[in-house]
Design a protein around this ligand. Structure first.
Ligand SMILES: [Zn+2]
Length: 156
């Protein structure tokens, strides 16, 4: 998926979790937006890859695209590291919800992800779309509507 779809995926997942579990929606959405972009550090042309070109080039050359940074292993290592340094639960949960939304969205694309890295098994959802196509526009619209729904619920 493209960066804007990942951002909206992070917003939708964080507003949903904040709505159902009572976390701070502002802190969650802020950290979730960042979390939704982190896995694409493996792609030098991604939003986060362009901001951190040296780190992105290094990770891309070692692991390639959609492997380590799109795996459960990376998710768990990030959760462990974040747990050590982040004391605010809303920020921590938001970061992880955003990252999880990224993996879910990319698993719904033609190329899928290496969810079980270092295993080379490719994971793809039964329903998948082409990145950047018209179907992604529909996914982006649906995520935007979901976000509005949960934001309205949080404001009520
Ligand atoms: Zn990705």
């Amino acid at each position: 998926m493209t960066g804007k779809t990942h951002i909206m995926g992070g917003v939708a997942s964080c507003t949903a979790v904040a709505y159902f579990y009572g976390y701070d929606p502002i802190l969650m959405t802020a950290s979730g937006t960042l979390g939704a972009l982190i896995p694409d550090i493996c792609h030098t042309k991604s939003k986060i890859g362009r901001r951190l070109p040296i780190l992105s080039t290094l990770i891309s050359s070692i692991f390639g695209h959609r492997t380590f940074t799109h795996s459960l292993l990376f998710l768990l290592l990030t959760a462990f590291a974040a747990h050590l340094y982040l004391t605010d639960q809303s920020i921590l949960v938001g970061l992880m919800a955003g990252m999880a939304s990224h993996l879910l969205l990319d698993a719904g694309t033609t190329n899928g992800i290496k969810l079980f890295f270092p295993s080379s098994i490719k994971f793809r959802l039964p329903l998948y779309i082409k990145t950047g196509g018209k179907a992604e526009q529909a996914v982006l619209a649906a995520l935007t509507i979901l976000s509005c729904y949960f934001i309205a619920g949080l404001m009520a």
